[in-house]
Design a protein around this ligand. Structure first.
Ligand SMILES: Cc1cc2nc3c(=O)[nH]c(=O)nc-3n(C[C@H](O)[C@H](O)[C@H](O)COP(=O)(O)OP(=O)(O)OC[C@H]3O[C@@H](n4cnc5c(N)ncnc54)[C@H](O)[C@@H]3O)c2cc1C
Length: 404
């Protein structure tokens, strides 16, 4: 007795019925088509990809064929946002719709691979790259021909970005890169690795630069086993005397820390939107289950305790949704909403873990079984309070904005 993904409502009744700003009727229409496409083309493969701990590279091309990898980018780079960098709002909003609906594919790992490529690796090339760099690396990324990864975290430095040890030493015509990165999404298969490295011997955040590194001589990578996101490729990467030509420096030398921090705002919003999408889906599937599962001669949804669990979850999801949409609205209006984005990331990631746990509880023993996919949702959700800046780091940022 399993509720089919296709029969699940996009919005469970009792939850948001109106179009909520910053979304519009047009974007809500787009949402329906994205959701329909994801359910028809990705969801049916999720179990197989999770079991094999891999999804094919071809998936990037399939997603690209719908235009979903280039929603923010200009047409000259293969994207569909006419405003481009001059007026990014429409592109970001279309991307936000896609980000919220992608979790319907039923595999956090697939969503993570696609987001890491288009959201966190291609976005800095678009924002800080030259026209030539965009033609060479962004365009084939948007078409899904070249897969990208973002490599900041190292075995000895994650939260403390300024503490990275990978070095880029100036040599004739470019830089020589040495060091290692860890936990890099798409790290085994990526053709293009946007990499942070130290370009000055002094410590601190002033000496970090960003490079577009092509996989080639001296670049090694190996996969890592993990709790969730099974279909995604998470890797350790080594750089051993890798020559990076001068023209592959992204933005200005020693300005990498600023770019990393700017990139984090969109990454954290992406994570908040993804969590909102995932919690709505898990909630809807669990509501179906509670209506169908009987105990003591009646559906378990008739027990007041279960009803109250749903009421609590619906309230929390609505809070997460409106908080995230508000942060998104301020972001697309160019207001640099550091607190709002940080709060949305902090609130939604932990909430998704809690919602998945509560939904698993409502499924009883079946929730612990693979068949119902709640166990996968819980495992996948656990990355949220760690990736893209941990909960503790979010609280440190908020503490600073509060002056404490
Ligand atoms: C599946 C997965 C995918 C990832 N994908 C990528 C990717 O594509 N690219 C990439 O660059 N990185 C990626 N990451 C790395 C991720 O961003 C880091 O794991 C995260 O930033 C935390 O860094 P860390 O693991 O080194 O933990 P640490 O920084 O060592 O932190 C350990 C603990 O100490 C706490 N802590 C640290 N500093 C403070 C402080 N100042 N105050 C209070 N508490 C503190 C942390 O909150 C945490 O609880 C990924 C990670 C995972 C698990």
């Amino acid at each position: 007795m399993e509720a089919s993904a296709k029969t699940r409502p996009a919005k469970p009744s009792g939850m948001a019925k109106d179009i909520t700003p910053p979304f519009t009727e047009e974007l809500e229409e787009f949402r329906k088509s994205v959701r329909g496409w994801v359910l028809a083309n990705l969801t049916p493969h999720a179990d197989e990809w999770e079991a094999s701990k891999h999804f094919p590279d071809e998936v990037f091309k399939t997603v690209a064929s719908q235009g979903y990898l280039g929603l923010k980018f200009e047409e000259e780079y293969g994207g569909s946002n006419e405003g481009g960098l001059e007026n990014p709002a429409q592109g970001y909003l279309a991307d936000a719709v896609q980000l919220e609906e992608l979790p319907a594919c039923g595999s956090g790992g697939v969503a993570a691979g696609i987001w890491a490529h288009a959201g966190i690796a291609l976005t800095p090339i678009w924002k800080f790259g030259s026209h030539e760099q965009k033609l060479k690396y962004l365009k084939p990324g948007v078409s899904g021909d070249k897969i990208a990864a973002l490599a900041i975290t190292e075995p000895g430095a994650g939260s403390d970005v300024a503490g990275i040890q990978t070095k880029a030493e100036k040599v004739d015509g470019g830089y020589l890169l040495n060091g290692s990165k860890v936990f890099i999404t798409n790290g085994v298969r990526a053709h293009t690795i946007v990499t942070a490295a130290k370009t000055t011997p002094e410590g601190g955040h002033h000496g970090i630069s960003f490079f577009i590194v092509e996989r080639g001589e001296g670049v090694t990578s190996s996969p890592l086993e993990k709790l969730g996101w099974h279909a995604s490729d998470t890797a350790e990467i080594g750089y051993n005397d890798v020559f990076v030509p001068e023209e592959n420096l992204l933005g200005e030398e020693n300005h990498g820390f600023y770019m990393i921090m700017a990139n984090f705002q969109w990454e954290r919003l992406m994570m908040a939107l993804g969590a909102v999408g995932a919690m709505k889906d898990v909630f809807a599937a669990t509501l179906d289950y509670a209506h169908e599962r009987n105990a003591f001669g009646r559906p378990i949804s008739n027990f007041q305790v279960i009803r109250h669990k749903f009421a609590d979850m619906a309230t929390q999801i609505e809070a997460a949704r409106t908080m995230t949409y508000n942060a998104l609205r301020l972001f697309v209006e160019g207001k640099e909403p550091l607190s709002e984005v940080t709060m949305a990331k902090l609130f939604t990631q932990r909430l998704l873990v809690n919602i998945c746990d509560e939904c698993l509880q409502i499924h009883g023993g079946w929730g612990y079984m693979k068949e119902y996919k709640i166990e996968r949702a819980l495992r996948d959700a656990r990355l949220g309070p760690i990736g893209g800046g941990t909960d503790e780091i979010m609280k440190e940022i908020l503490g600073k904005t509060l002056g404490v």
